[in-house]
Design a protein. Structure first.
Length: 379
């Protein structure tokens, strides 16, 4: 079974390496905690309001600094850890990281009072506290989860690329390196615009349960590189030079289209929440439906489809499925299946939440005005 899956290289570890792999996430969690607390950061107001003062809550952001330092330490093997360590120990890190995520969740959930009539197991999954911050808001748990998850996504992708190069050398697949570049660009862009995260659903509405802890730390940080599990063990697909250019340039262009849609939609909504009367990019006038003291944006990206940002993520998923050049290998499409399934379910939840937030009549008015869910003209 393991050989059929093409992941036998994950089991070529000594007993000591396996144990070290299990505890690697814990070491990462501790180091990132110290970095976030110690390194300087920029204080900015977010969308969430402080319950005591009624003012926008302040967040201390230093994700890009943590990210850059982590990448440099990894690249120069400053800790003595080989560059392919994260990739080779993936399965053991997932086991250990899941256990530690569960421990963190138990503390975060059951240290908080029970506010709803919901069984304790449901509380464990969903969470009880909307926010947890320490040291006078110097350390915010939600932002920490995304800093760790995003940075580890890049380090895991680059670790897989390092393993691949060490194994194949001149026969290495350029798609593997382009794949690592995709996620490095994606996450670096995220940290450049880290403040935008303060205006997203997760920061505003999600509670701190296992869903968010495990999702932010392990799914985002370790499971997103699932296509690489099998495909780092495959060499160059062997296309002709002409088709290699078509394949790599076309895949890169598709990724950038997806990123442009996803980033553009996020930035438009962020700009609208901060400056509701300002034209986005200087020419997209804000049009909206007034719903009490709230506004439903319905122009630009958000006039094309109600969850247009998910279309961008879909294009990114397709580009990742194509980037390895082994189009018939199921590993190539694992990220596509996971993300498309996730967002298909999430857009249904988004619709229900928005109907509650804005009122069923106003949301129905928006749905009548913006008819398509994700793909304009199709669905």
């Amino acid at each position: 079974m393991i050989e059929w899956l093409g992941i036998e290289h994950f089991f070529e570890l000594t007993g000591t390496e396996k144990l070290a792999g299990i505890f690697t996430p814990l070491a990462i969690f501790i180091v990132f905690f110290l970095l976030q607390v110690i390194l300087p950061g920029k204080w900015v107001p977010g969308y969430v309001r402080d319950k005591e003062t009624g003012e926008p809550r302040k967040y201390r952001l230093n994700g890009i600094l943590v990210f850059v330092i982590a990448v440099i330490v990894w690249a120069f093997e400053a800790t003595g850890m080989p560059r392919d360590w994260f990739y080779r120990t993936t399965l053991y890190a997932l086991a250990g990281g899941t256990l530690f995520s569960l421990i963190f969740t138990l503390i975060a959930v059951y240290s908080q009072p029970r506010k709803e009539k919901r069984n304790p197991i449901a509380d464990l999954w969903v969470g009880r506290a909307q926010e947890l911050a320490f040291f006078k808001y110097r350390f915010d748990v939600k932002m920490y989860l995304y800093v760790v998850g995003g940075t580890m996504l890049v380090l895991n992708a680059m670790s897989g690329a390092a393993y691949h190069y060490d194994r194949f050398g001149e026969d290495a697949n350029p798609g593997v390196f382009l794949y690592a570049a995709f996620f490095t660009f994606y996450v670096f862009d995220y940290f450049i615009f880290e403040r935008v995260q303060l205006y997203t659903y997760d920061l505003i509405h999600e509670k701190l349960g296992f869903k968010l802890f495990w999702g932010g730390l392990m799914v985002y940080g370790w499971l997103y590189i699932m296509p690489l599990w099998g495909l780092a063990a495959y060499p160059d697909p062997g296309f002709s030079p002409e088709w290699t250019y078509v394949w790599l340039i076309g895949t890169g262009a598709l990724f950038l289209v997806g990123w442009g849609i996803s980033r553009g939609a996020a930035m438009q909504k962020y700009a609208f929440k901060r400056w509701p009367d300002r034209k986005f990019l200087g020419f997209i006038a804000p049009e909206y439906i007034q719903a009490g003291d709230r506004k439903i944006l319905c122009s630009g990206f958000w006039g094309a489809a109600r969850h247009f940002n998910y279309l961008g993520e879909g294009f990114i998923c397709v580009s990742i499925g194509l980037v390895f050049g082994h189009f018939d290998n199921p590993w190539a499409w694992t990220y596509f299946v996971f993300i498309v399934s996730l967002f298909t379910i999430r857009q249904i939840e988004d619709e229900e939440y928005c109907a509650e937030k804005y009122g069923p009549e106003k949301w129905a008015e928006y749905r009548a005005r913006v008819k398509y869910r994700i793909f304009p003209g199709i669905w």
